[in-house]
Design a protein around this ligand. Structure first.
Ligand code: ADP
Ligand code: ZN
Length: 630
């Protein structure tokens, strides 16, 4: 917007200058016009020195040297009058002032137009010296204090995934020699404050390359074409500085798919900007050692074109840190302030579920402020407590405050899924469980299929339904409650059941038929299917219910049978917040062998120190401190 006003202003000034020039020019070249009678009088007095004829126009200089002009009604009559006197007469072909005027006007118009076009071109970025776009957005971080991986804590998986990129930036030939192509674009997705920007800068710092940072919203302007030209400028600048990193924060501001809610700016403008971005990314050759990192907390609204292969095809999820991660982050920030030596940072980490890296940095700073205000030498535990209360009270951030009760519910719910999955033979192994809330989803239990499945067996599908219902079953059995946390599970379970019966012919009573189920439309080509009676519809509904309820009973049976196991797992989960497949394996093994960790409390006594450090139950055992420290 500011740019638009600036341009209008410049245009206006040019217009005024041009208009004034035209007026002055005319005044200067235009002699004073007198009437013919006066001219004759002057002529008769003998005061005319020189006469220039131009068509019917008579320009002359009088004895005072004044330039004057008049129009002769009849040149043929005038000429003889002039001839007899001492007057120099010259004639020029017809050329009126009117003509000159239009020429000058035309020239000034052209000038203005030219200037206008020039300005517009500058904005389009077509000119070499177009600096408009650059000064606003490009932040060049080469001279700033370098951030390294040491400054980023608590997100080891993300760091590990990005190591490859650092290697590539440091030593591109090493990769190109083998013909390996490195991802051009990496999308970091996660809630605000989880360290996405920090991570991108750390990569640049580790690789020792320049870092160009932008925000997606920088590209969104009112003027069509401005964003696109900024993108082109940015990439041109980056190519000059390769190897380097381009970081685009809030990429959803440009990269939201059409029709996404909250899209800013003109549709056209955003489309153009996005296209320019795609063109630039596609245009990289393997010799351009440039990696584009982008961050978003709304991956769901991104235009799929951005995620296509060769663009941001590598995606890294960054969750708020779990207990271990929070401890690591606290340790990083505790180093920068004075903290009492024997302070139990682990207990601070434990009491701050849901805090992001930014929240924790803030927490340490607040604690330092409080300690300083009380004239202390170093931060003590109560300062952390007070700082936490302050942050939780001051910032009304939903999701930051998770009650202990909600965490318990989540832990038991997720443990329920995991246990059921564990004890059903056809189930995919559990890959990761977490009770860190993310978006609307509370916890999450991820299962990874062992092999790609192209056809799903009836047993497998039943297993899926049963596993989905394991969360609700666990809540009901152990906590005697039903919560909305199961909403998504129930939806997916019902959907699978419906497809099994109506689409895949997996119900004995309904037979191997494909039924078009009402208007749900999930069959797509349902028009080719026979319409079925209301009676059939009722039987389908009943059959779905029977199937899902059967699965639920199965889930309940497993949970009842493995209740101790469930409680154990849930309690560990409450401590660690996430468990990966390896940790789960250890817990399952321990529990199954009825060895060391049959229950959490026993684990400390029985397990060796080594066992503790690998077992996630370590958080609970007596060797906790050593295990964490190692
Ligand atoms: P995002 O880009 O994900 O919104 P930032 O990278 O801007 O988050 O994080 C804001 C600040 O929070 C960082 O500058 C840093 O001080 C702190 N921070 C966030 N995550 C971490 C982390 N994992 N380790 C250390 N500090 C962190
Ligand atoms: Zn669930």
């Amino acid at each position: 917007m500011a740019l638009l006003i600036r341009n209008l202003f410049i245009g206006l000034i040019l217009l005024i200058v041009a208009a004034t020039a035209v007026v002055f020019w005319n005044l200067e070249t235009r002699p004073e016009i007198i009437n013919y009678t006066d001219f004759l009088a002057i002529l008769n007095k003998g005061e005319v020195k020189e006469v220039r004829l131009r068509g019917g126009e008579v320009c002359f200089t009088d004895s005072n040297g004044r330039e004057l002009a008049t129009f002769s009604p009849d040149i043929d009559v005038l000429l003889p009058k002039l001839m007899g006197r001492q007057v120099v007469v010259s004639a020029r072909p017809e050329h009126s002032y009117l003509f000159l005027n239009s020429v000058s006007l035309g020239i000034s118009m052209l000038l203005i137009l030219g200037a206008w076009i020039f300005l517009a071109r500058r904005q389009q970025g077509g000119k070499e010296e177009s600096d408009f776009a650059k000064d606003k957005v490009i932040k060049y971080h080469a001279s700033e204090k370098q951030v390294t991986f040491k400054d980023v804590a608590g997100i080891p998986e993300a760091k590990e995934e990005l190591m490859e990129i650092i290697e590539f930036l440091k030593n591109p030939t090493h990769f190109s020699r083998i013909g390996a192509s490195i991802p051009k674009g990496v999308l970091l997705q996660g809630p605000p404050g989880t360290g996405k920007t920090l991570l991108a800068r750390a990569i640049a710092g580790e690789a020792g390359v320049p870092f160009f940072s932008f925000s997606g919203s920088d590209f969104v302007e009112m003027f069509v074409g401005v964003g696109a030209s900024r993108v082109r400028d940015l990439f041109k600048e980056a190519k000059k500085n390769a190897p380097c990193i381009i970081f685009i924060d809030e990429i959803d501001a440009v990269g939201a798919h059409r029709g996404a809610a909250g899209a800013m700016g003109g549709q056209d403008e955003r489309g153009q900007t996005l296209n320019a971005l795609l063109v630039e990314i596609d245009g990289f050759s393997s010799t351009d050692t440039i990696v584009v990192l982008a961050a978003t907390n709304r991956p769901d609204i991104l235009d799929p074109a951005l995620l296509r292969s060769g663009r941001f095809d590598r995606q890294i999820n960054i969750l708020p840190p779990d207990v271990k991660g929070r401890l690591k982050i606290l340790e990083v920030y505790a180093q920068r302030v004075k903290v009492m030596k024997d302070i139990d940072l682990f207990s601070v980490a434990r009491s701050t579920p849901g805090f992001t890296g930014a929240d924790l940095a803030n927490l340490v700073n607040e604690a330092a402020l409080l300690a300083a205000r009380h004239g202390k030498e170093a931060i003590e535990l109560p300062d952390f407590e007070a700082a936490k209360d302050r942050i939780l009270m001051g910032v009304e951030r939903k999701g930051l405050i998770i009650t202990e009760k909600d965490r318990r519910t989540m832990a038991y719910h997720e443990a329920g899924h995991a246990i059921v999955a564990r004890f059903l033979p056809e189930s995919d192994p559990v890959h990761k469980i977490t009770i860190i809330p993310r978006g609307r989803a509370m916890g999450n239990t991820q299962q990874l299929p062992l092999k790609d499945r192209h056809a799903y067996s009836k047993v497998y599908l039943r297993t899926r339904i049963t596993t989905l219902l394991g969360g609700r079953a666990a809540e009901e059995i152990v906590l005697a409650q039903q919560t909305t946390g199961a909403q998504d599970d129930l939806f997916r379970a019902t959907e699978i059941a419906m497809k099994m019966i109506c689409k895949w012919g997996m119900s004995e009573t309904m037979g191997p038929l494909a039924y078009a189920k009402d208007d749900s439309g999930f069959l797509g080509e349902q028009t080719t299917l026979m319409a079925h009676s209301e009676e059939t519809a009722r039987r389908i509904d009943k059959e779905i219910k029977v199937l899902v309820e059967g699965c639920y009973r199965e889930a309940v049976a497993i949970i009842n049978q493995e209740k101790d196991f469930l409680v154990n797992l849930a309690e560990i989960l409450l401590q660690t917040e996430t468990l990966d497949s390896e940790e789960l394996r250890i817990i399952f093994d321990c529990t199954q062998k009825k060895q060391a960790a049959a229950t959490v409390s026993e684990h400390g006594e029985d397990g060796s120190l080594h066992e503790c450090s690998t077992c996630p139950a370590a958080a609970h055992c007596t060797h906790m401190q050593e295990a964490i420290a190692s």
